[in-house]
Design a protein around this ligand. Sequence first.
Ligand code: B1M
Length: 215
Amino acid sequence: MTDELFRAMARSIIDGDPDAAADLAKKAVEAGIDPLEAINKGFVPGVDYVGEQYGKGEMFLPDLVLAGEAMKAAVAVLEPEIVRQGSQRQTLGVVVIGTVEGDIHDIGKTLVATMLSVSGFRVYDLGVDVPVATFVEKAREVSADIVGMSALLTTTMVRQRDVVEALEDAGLRSQVKVMVGGAPVTRAWAQEIGADGYSEDAIGAVAVAKQLLAK
Ligand code: B1M
């Protein structure tokens, strides 16, 4: 039954059908399925499939756009549920997060921001296409403990390095930890640019953020 639901979720993304995706997300909530599991086991396989087919030239930009819209419709239903289930209220630290300049992918970044927020971090989400200087200014303004950057394109992940350097130039680097993520980002890349932490998913991002502030 759950497997069937997960398969239908993936299909709704592949078909680019936001109404079906939202309905299936509601069904998952009603059935008491963990909303993150619904995202990771249901909807993400669909988005991965569309990404793969797009990469092979077998699906096209409109398919990518529709898949993104369907994914957002599902996350819009599941996110309040994630927030509702997170009851911790103590502040573990202050996080400034955004998707780097030139990059408008926001689904994964928003999930990471939500998970950090429900886990007890105070999160300032700067959105997408965030200029290097904006990360630095916001980090200074709110005395951030962590600056988190998401990048989904090989062409934009280099902006993560620019932010690390700009934090250094602004004299803030010793006060803030830097965490990076996004589909093309790897642990090796994080090390190469001098980031302090990397995670491949939203749950891992919470663990990494906690570890960074425990050090
Ligand atoms: Co685009 N896109 N896209 N896209 N898109 C990818 C990324 C791509 C891999 C598809 C492909 O070719 N196979 C490819 C990038 C290739 C590359 O650079 N190597 C690509 C491309 C080429 C493009 C365009 C250039 C297409 C074009 O216009 N010709 C264009 C770029 C626009 C721009 O940004 N300037 C583009 C546009 C779009 C849409 C707008 C249509 C749409 C985004 C909608 C939106 O976000 N509102 C879209 C989509 C949907 C995708 C795919 C299919 C799915 C992305 C997604 O939402 N994944 C994607 C293929 C793929 O990744 N499988 C693809 C689900 C999400 C939950 O995962 O974002 O990876 P993800 O986040 C994860 C982890 O990465 C991690 O945790 C998250 C949750 O588990 N994580 C972090 C993310 N950030 C983190 C930060 C952290 C820690 C962990 O710490 C701070």
